[in-house]
Design a protein around this ligand. Structure first.
Ligand code: ATP
Length: 240
């Protein structure tokens, strides 16, 4: 569904991503793991059209049988129309709007009113807490609730590829488990998921395939379950 070839991302003199190639199979959960600054966010921000100074190629095939299209040079709003949505790190919800208004914002590029309403109900079924608090201002939600809202809002564009940047950041252990269960459900209901995570254990446990990044390069890749058993991964990312 998505293929990246030889991606480089520069910020001034800093080479944040140095020749990364990876692919995401339709229907899978793929995760990018790595220490702070390894380049994970830079990669998904490049896919979302948020990084300008990139080289390399990013090809996307929305439906089976279609010709791959290059995403290079497209704007973030084009990505949403193409079926790619990002739930950014740090939540970035609108604090003065209600939960429901924030969710509707995720559907801003759509005109299919009935389907938007159906998707809102779907998001509420994934996150009953958001339904209970639909009237509440986004800024007054707890950290975990804001995280759920960010994921819900990304789903409201009805993406085929959902990208999640650190969805478990700052959450208590019980909520971490809950958010990963929800990610599995979203995937089981047909979405392809690209997940960037610091929580390597949880991410590798749900991912069909994983890439381990160190200073802008892929150093290891394989099925999530296999990497969980890999001694190097255990030592460097899973606390021995
Ligand atoms: P984290 O887990 O801490 O979010 P990451 O793996 O997502 O890290 P990136 O956010 O992609 O890493 O950052 C990769 C490198 O690029 C880091 O050294 C970071 O400081 C640098 N960087 C990221 N964004 C910018 C920017 N807008 N301007 C300058 N440098 C940047």
């Amino acid at each position: 569904m998505l293929e990246i070839r030889d991606l480089h991302v520069r910020y001034g003199g800093i080479q944040a991503v140095q020749g990364v190639s990876l692919s995401i199979a339709r229907g899978s959960i793929v995760t990018l793991i790595g220490a702070n600054g390894a380049g994970k966010s830079s990669i998904i921000r490049s896919i979302a059209g948020l990084n300008k100074t990139i080289s390399g190629e990013i090809f996307f095939t929305r439906h089976d049988g279609e010709e791959p299209v290059s995403l290079r040079g497209l704007k973030p709003e084009d990505m949403v129309r193409k079926g790619i949505s990002l739930s950014p790190e740090g939540r970035r919800i609108l604090p003065h709007l209600s939960v429901e208004e924030n969710l509707y914002l995720g559907a801003y590029s759509r005109k299919d009113k009935d389907e938007i309403a159906a998707d809102l109900e779907w998001v509420y079924s994934l996150f009953p807490r958001l339904k209970e608090r639909s009237w509440q201002k986004g800024g007054t939600l707890s950290g975990g609730e804001q995280q759920m809202l960010a994921v819900g809002r990304a789903l409201m564009s009805r993406p085929d590829l959902l990208m999640l940047d650190e969805p478990s950041l700052g959450l208590a252990p019980l909520l971490v488990r809950e958010i990963f269960e929800i990610i599995k459900r979203i995937n089981a209901e047909g979405k392809t998921v690209l997940l960037v995570e610091q929580n390597a254990f949880a991410a590798l446990s749900v991912a069909h395939y994983a890439y381990i990044l160190e200073v802008g390069r892929v150093v290891l890749e394989g099925p999530g379950r296999e990497l969980l058993e890999n001694p190097k991964v255990k030592e460097a990312y899973l606390g021995g």
